[in-house]
Design a protein around this ligand. Sequence first.
Ligand code: NAP
Length: 310
Amino acid sequence: MQTLPLGRSDLSTSRLAYGCWRIARTGDASADLQTARAALEAALDAGYTLFDHADIYCAGRAEEAFGRAIAEMPGVREKIVIASKCGIRPQGDPLPDAPYRYDFSRDYIVRQCEASLRRLGIERIDCYQLHRPDWLMDAHEVADAFTQLHRAGKARTFGVSNFSPSQLSLLQSAWPQPLVVNQVEISLCQLSTFSDGTLDQCQEKHIVPLAWSPLGGGLLADGATDILQHQRSYRVAELITALDEIAHAHGTTRDVIALAWLLRHPAGIVPIIGSAQPARIRASVKATQIELTREQWYRLLTAARAEPLP
Ligand code: NAP
């Protein structure tokens, strides 16, 4: 698979990343390990090199299952880029009446990174991201946490997720190294980053836009079994028709065209593939071999918008 530089760092990423959110859903350690192993093998074989995690994915079990799977595969850790995130703090942590919230305090960031390292069984996270903007973010405090992690060799580069351009600029003003990614929801179901300045900023500053839910949680593919609350309002009937027509012309499937649509954008969007099924992980790579025409790209954009272009 083709690669791209990971922002202004000396790392690179495959054109598609693999997202580990859904690999440890059963809660049964040996079943989760089997899923993680099969997903990892398929992804490595297909050329994926960036693997995305978060401390909260399956309450830590996704990192654990992945860590056990790579421990069985000598030499693999050195060949891949491991990303994780922190900053979303679940309800009941640490006291039973604590609400769900965001926490970018220095000690919490450092502690969560160390806990992810233990679960993953590795010494350093290659790209450590802040999961969702903390309303109480003090950019200098975050920069202190990053400095501590970087000096200790626990995190190599840093990025953000779900940040607006101004939030990213604020943090960048306090942190001297270039932020390398902004992981945001981008798909034909969720177009806001095209017009709110996020993709413009990524292109201007050489920040990689990592696209989460690139298939709208599955709505743009063969159907969604488990989607986020806000994705329930996505209406895709017209889009599916347009995707199927273009897929037919390319001799492929609608999910591949939905990914190719993201890859066509000049900001260098890297879709994070979230399927836990090996065949789908492999099939997604077909998107990197298709370049949609400008006409096809706009036909899909028009089908995705509820109103005509001005
Ligand atoms: P997605 O690709 O939009 O959705 C994947 C879901 O669609 C899976 O449940 C999959 O089921 C289903 N699906 C149905 N047909 C499919 C097909 N033909 N090909 C592929 N999948 C198909 O992505 P996502 O899982 O929502 O998100 C991807 C990654 O983004 C996550 O793993 C995580 O790393 C990241 N993420 C980040 C945030 C954030 O706030 N930063 C939020 C959400 C996700 P099967 O598994 O059965 O194939």
